[in-house]
Design a protein around this ligand. Structure first.
Ligand code: TRP
Length: 336
């Protein structure tokens, strides 16, 4: 059997939070250390352009996300870790794929449809108001990310599943016309992946502004945890773990034994204030050592930059010959 190739990207907007950590970063760092796995991880900064027009946000986010992965011990010798915009072959492939992707396929993208619906519901005359071609073609750039490296498995959150399916459609159509050149990828969705709730109890997400930054300084971390919404049960009253954001977050950072211990305290009626203090100490112990390394990297971006460039060189060793093959297949060739 041929070796599976894993590839996943993370869009560089905003500060990484503990929801990103539990959902994508922690499993990614673990997988990066597995010598049996071929892994590609990259910072999708061209994708960030489709979502964010603030240059400082994009560049700061790129630094923070890269520093976070490195501080947590991503194995950059085993995995290939790079920044999308350092690989010029990716936008080239994007254009090639754009010329053979049906417009109708893009019309069906959930992210585009949601933007149109928001316009219609907002009473706008123009359903496409404010929608850029980058938002519209977002799945094609994502297909290029994936197909560039012959990825077979693409670990993503549920919201990205359709995009991976579109990459499959695009690859199949390409192969149908030009021969077997592209590898047809598959989405990998972890059904028991913890989706963390945020401060207000809704899903933790930068768009809800309810996040706990992964490497918030100790004081801020404590302050944020103290803000997490609870119900109004008094100390001593038994409490339910179901629907408790404090419990869910604790569990995402705990062993089964530690979780069982907390369940016992809930039954015994632990005060919310005491539970918050426990959660703070637990997360602080867990992420504290990596936070020191993170702060060191943020203060010395040249170290991060050098890692990314090393990764880009390795990625291009794969991307450049692949692009040659693709160009050749479609008739963009040297004349001879
Ligand atoms: N669109 C993805 C997100 O917002 C990030 C991403 C870009 C990605 N390119 C990718 C994920 C390729 C997997 C594979 O989460």
């Amino acid at each position: 059997m041929t070796q599976e190739i894993y590839l996943t990207g993370i869009t560089t907007t905003g500060t990484p939070h503990i929801g990103n950590y539990v959902g994508a970063i922690r499993p990614g760092v673990d997988a990066s250390k597995d010598p049996r796995k071929k892994n590609y991880y990259f910072l999708a900064d061209y994708h960030a352009l489709a979502k964010c027009g603030d240059p400082d946000n994009i560049s700061q986010s790129t630094l923070e996300i890269a520093a976070a992965w490195l501080a947590l011990g991503m194995d950059v010798d085993n995995a290939v870790f790079y920044r999308q915009s350092d690989i010029p072959e990716i936008p080239e492939l994007t254009w090639i794929l754009t010329s053979m992707t049906a417009k109708g396929l893009m019309n069906r993208a959930h992210s585009y449809k949601a933007a149109v619906q928001a316009n219609v519901e907002g009473g706008n005359n123009d359903p496409d108001k404010g929608i850029t071609m980058a938002l519209y073609s977002y799945p094609i750039l994502m297909a290029a990310d994936i197909l560039m490296f012959d990825a077979t498995k693409v670990p993503v959150g549920r919201d990205q599943k359709q995009h991976v399916e579109m990459a499959r459609d695009i690859a199949q159509r390409f192969n149908h016309h030009f021969g077997d050149v592209l590898v047809v990828p598959e989405a990998v969705i972890d059904d028991d992946m913890a989706v963390l709730s945020g401060l207000d109890g809704r899903k933790m997400s930068k768009s809800y502004n309810n996040t706990i930054p992964m490497f918030a300084p100790e004081k801020q971390l404590r302050k944020l945890i103290m803000k997490i919404k609870t119900n109004s049960l008094e100390p001593g009253e038994p409490k339910q773990v179901e629907g408790s954001t404090l419990y869910d977050i604790y569990k995402a950072f705990a062993t089964p034994e530690e979780t069982a211990e907390i369940e016992k305290l809930y039954v015994e009626g632990i005060a919310w204030g005491a539970m918050k203090q426990k959660l703070f100490e637990h997360i602080n112990d867990h992420l504290g050592p990596a936070r020191d390394e993170y702060e060191r990297l943020i203060a010395d971006p040249a170290v991060v930059e050098a890692e990314l460039l090393k990764g880009a060189a390795r990625a291009r060793e794969v991307a450049a010959p692949k692009l040659d093959k693709i160009r050749n297949a479609i008739g963009i060739r040297k004349l001879r």
